[in-house]
Design a protein around this ligand. Structure first.
Ligand SMILES: [Fe+2]
Length: 316
């Protein structure tokens, strides 16, 4: 372990989060127990000034993880929203978007699937010319700050994530080109399936937008990016000849009302904390209690990698 004088600690806010700044330490000076305790305490930990290389990030995240997740089942795999695996680095992914000039509102990662990854690791290779901050917020605080009507709406019904997958996509997602097997696979993950005339599949996952944790209600879902993707002015051809592949609806099938969306955006703008990641910085986020997103940036320089995992238990 490094001597305490070689590390500087700061809380991100009174609700959650920790910044650990290096004064001459490398990430290899940090023990797994130290990182785990900081993560358990903070829910989100920014490791600043450690000047980590991608190799360091690869090794550290493997050491800390019981399991690493691929992006199988992920929605952002089309047009300008695409993310991809880094060659030779299985399960390290580029951040969402072939260009990253658009903002991504606060969300829990992959809450449109039955089993979202519990832990998100971020590594900054290059920062944006301007802007491009990664944003985080406490999911419990998000809920607490909502007005009563919005809390009521979110608490009383489920929401539906609807995905439109062309033949190549459902074949890849379900790892079969047999429709019956595809239905069984998608169904086992809690989805309802319907088939379209052109051979594409509509996959629908219904779930609650709130979760309960130790007596507290948390706003934890992937609603806002879906609403953002549907309402944003997509450039012509940005999705090729595809229809929009991902939308969110209320339990009755209606779009989420503008009043609810405005209430969510208002709270987001009030509580999100922007983190300007510098090259070599790392961030770990508890995807069961901390929301994350991104502000828009300029230029094409920003390169941030992510890895999804599950923490391994530490021997006592
Ligand atoms: Fe995300």
């Amino acid at each position: 372990m490094p001597k305490p004088q070689n590390l500087y600690f700061e809380r991100l806010s009174e609700h959650f989060g920790l910044v650990i700044e290096s004064r001459g330490c490398s990430v290899h000076d940090l023990s797994a127990r130290f990182i785990r305790e900081a993560y358990d305490t903070g829910g989100a930990v920014l490791f600043r000034g450690f000047r980590a290389q991608l190799d360091d990030f690869d090794v550290l995240t493997r050491e800390m993880s019981h399991k690493l997740f691929s992006y199988q089942g992920g929605v952002f795999n089309i047009g300008r929203f695409a993310r991809s695996e880094v060659p030779g680095r299985p399960s390290i992914l580029t951040a969402t978007g072939t260009v990253q000039d658009f903002a991504i509102p606060l969300h829990g990662e992959m809450y449109y699937l039955q089993h979202p990854p519990p832990v998100l690791w971020f590594y900054c290779d290059k920062d944006a010319e301007t802007g491009g901050a990664t944003t985080v917020a406490c999911a419990g605080q998000f809920y607490d700050e909502l007005d009563e009507k919005t809390q009521e709406f979110l608490g009383q019904q489920k929401i539906k994530y609807q995905r439109h997958l062309d033949e190549a996509e459902w074949t890849r997602l379900c790892q079969t080109n047999d429709r019956q097997r595809a239905e069984l696979f998608a169904g086992s993950l809690g989805n309802d399936i319907s088939w379209q005339h052109d051979g594409s599949m509509i996959m629908e996952y219904m779930t609650y937008p709130l979760i309960r944790d130790r007596g507290r209600t948390l706003y934890m879902n992937s609603m806002l990016p879906a609403i953002f993707a549907e309402s944003s002015n997509l450039e012509p051809g940005s999705l090729g000849n595809r229809r929009l592949p991902f939308v969110v609806r209320s339990e009755s099938g209606k779009p989420i009302s503008e009043t609810i969306v405005a209430a969510l955006i208002k709270v987001q703008n009030k509580i999100e904390i922007p983190l300007r990641l510098a090259p070599g910085d790392m961030l770990v986020v508890d995807n069961t209690r901390v929301l994350h997103g991104r502000r828009s940036g300029t230029g094409s320089r920003r390169v941030v990698y992510v890895r999804f995992g599950k923490m391994r238990d530490l021997e006592s």
